[in-house]
Design a protein around this ligand. Sequence first.
Ligand code: OOG
Length: 265
Amino acid sequence: MLRGADWQGVRASLIAELAATLDDAARLRRETDPLAPVHGFTLEQAYEIQRASIALRHGRGEKPVGVKLGFTSRAKMVQMGVDSLIWGLLTDAMLYEEGATVPLDHFIHPRVEPELCFLTSRPIDRPLTLLEAAGYLAGVAPAMEIIDSRFRNFKFNLEDVVADNCSSAGVVVGEFSPDVGDLANRGVTMRFNGRPVAMGSTGAILGNPLRSVVQASRLASAAGLTLPAGSLIMAGAATAAEALAPGLHVSVDIGGLGRAEFTTG
Ligand code: OOG
């Protein structure tokens, strides 16, 4: 019979193995079958797999740049059939220059979502209230997230998507504005070649996207992490995601904040 210490060892090596599977899938742009139904890991273990896979990226020299939240809007929960807020970790290798061409061969089956991106001005090392959140921010920008599930056909359950770093793959951030005071109802329009493909309101993000900062502070402190000053916080999509194809000019306009755009190559 396996004793406590042996179980710990088995568990640690399974977490490392699953982290490597997902890291390989992302690096080699190769879909993988769902892992949670086979290995039966918990949500807590899914976050351990996520951190282990990010550690592999850090080991290759990628630098942490912030966090992203997922499933902060009903539209996204309904689209993916998952109903809990999740978070993932961003590295500098996921940043694509605003206005530039994003090569789609970096991804498996990329989709894009309209978002807001916050920039922190002070370290966040404890759970913040909604009233406090603005005081920790240097600005907010129109942004888009490119998600690219490593799972076949973008099909996953909650544990799998968390282990897969919440499908994080690319981030495009526009210009930051310092005023983060009144973001609860700004119009959001995402366009492909000038044609609107997704429309909504920033209010779709937890009623007020500043709540994403509150949630990020709670999740980070529960995980024992400090978000340093200068971190990005991607608030989560305001609408469902749209599949990308080559040769698209993709833009998002957010009322009062301006536009972010890129072209697919
Ligand atoms: C998971 C990521 C969800 C969001 O903004 O809701 C997400 C997925 O849909 O693949 O990034």
